[in-house]
Write a protein that binds this ligand. Structure first.
Ligand SMILES: NC(=O)C1=CN([C@@H]2O[C@H](COP(=O)(O)OP(=O)(O)OC[C@H]3O[C@@H](n4cnc5c(N)ncnc54)[C@H](OP(=O)(O)O)[C@@H]3O)[C@@H](O)[C@H]2O)[C@@H](O)CC1
Ligand SMILES: Nc1ncnc2c1ncn2[C@@H]1O[C@H](COP(=O)(O)OP(=O)(O)O)[C@@H](O)[C@H]1O
Length: 292
């Protein structure tokens, strides 16, 4: 059964991306990206850059003390927040006053990674669960029992989706059905990545974003592009979008970035394409060319 609606951002969706008037950075939310261990922080930085470029007012990378030098050497506008040793991780996360959290990009699958994931999920804040967070949720000895925070979005690729619904994965090849099954099983929004991105809500709502409508989308098949998507979605959550909106709008912006970059794009290019993409989307008709 395929009943999902094709998502095309409305003028209201696009207007949410604007910044205007007398609002200050805290009005646009604080996105917190939880980093993996030393030497593996690139994926968290890619996500952080996506969150900042999509307009979150503040972005922090939360990391172990042993990763501060690595992150500080590579980040300027993005804040680096080390865990204080010994103190409860959930309390430290809450103390950052996040508007939304992202965990998973190159987090690792260790016991420490599991502790970070548990601490993140102990908070009520909107959260984007990507990459290793998805694998941990599905495959830890005691799989996460839930429920997830109200605005939770998981962003699996096909390999990760298989881990989320191992017994049902082979019962159909219909990607929409698979996304709906995973949303129902886990009780959160599932954004199933691929040539067609499916965004399924456990209440039955389902949207699709087809990459075939966007030039150069196949160049998204490059390491780290999914990490950037997770960051864009987290930035949108921090700005106040709900999980469904953040997924659909985030996937669309990600594809527009690919179209803007064109052949040869690498993941680092995607956040840097957001200013041009946003300028086109937010421009009045007379201001210049509209996006394809
Ligand atoms: N710059 C950085 O720091 C980067 C860090 N990264 C980090 O690396 C970590 C591992 O992430 P990962 O996705 O590479 O590996 P993993 O979870 O083992 O799954 C891969 C297996 O799943 C399968 N598979 C099926 N369909 C698939 C599909 N559409 N897309 C992809 N895979 C698909 C496929 O198996 P196959 O179908 O080929 O049998 C494949 O063997 C993670 O933390 C991530 O954040 C990366 O983001 C890169 C940039
Ligand atoms: N051939 C393709 N056409 C369109 N989009 C693609 C294609 N290949 C990958 N993508 C997109 O690129 C991103 C890849 O994410 P992911 O597999 O998590 O990569 P990584 O783990 O390296 O960040 C997803 O958003 C996916 O939809």
């Amino acid at each position: 059964m395929t009943t999902a609606a094709r998502y095309i951002p409305s003028s209201t969706d696009i207007a949410r991306l604007a910044k205007s008037g007398a609002r200050h950075k805290y009005d646009y939310g604080h996105a917190v990206i939880v980093s993996g261990p030393p030497g593996q922080g690139g994926a968290a930085r890619l996500a952080a850059r996506g969150a900042l470029r999509v307009g979150a007012g503040l972005v922090s990378v939360l990391c172990g003390a042993d990763s501060v030098a690595e992150h500080a050497a590579r980040l300027d506008a993005i804040m680096v927040k080390p865990f204080a040793g010994g103190e409860d991780i959930g309390r430290q996360l809450a103390g950052l006053n996040p508007s939304a959290l992202c965990i998973g990009p190159n987090l690792g699958l260790t016991a420490r990674a599991g502790d970070l994931l548990d601490a993140t999920l102990s908070l009520p804040h909107p959260v984007c669960l990507d990459a290793d967070a998805i694998t941990l949720i599905a495959e830890r000895e005691a799989p996460y029992a839930g429920p997830f925070p109200a605005q939770t979005i998981m962003t699996p690729h096909a390999g990760e989706l298989r881990r989320l619904i191992p017994h049902r994965f082979d019962t159909t090849t219909n990607r929409e059905t698979l996304a709906r099954m995973a949303a129902e099983r886990w009780g959160c929004v599932i954004l199933f990545k691929g040539v067609e991105t499916i965004i399924a809500h456990p209440d039955g709502r389902c949207l699709t974003v087809a990459s075939t409508a966007f030039a150069h989308a196949a160049w998204l098949a490059t390491a780290g592009s999914g990490d950037v998507l997770a960051g864009i979605i987290t930035g949108l959550l921090a700005r106040g979008c709900d999980a469904m909106e953040a997924g659909a709008l985030g996937a669309t912006l990600h594809l527009l970035c690919a179209a803007e970059c064109g052949p040869g794009l690498i993941a680092e290019d995607l956040p840097e394409a957001l200013p041009a993409v946003l300028r086109h989307l937010l421009s009045e008709p007379d201001d210049g060319p509209a996006p394809r």
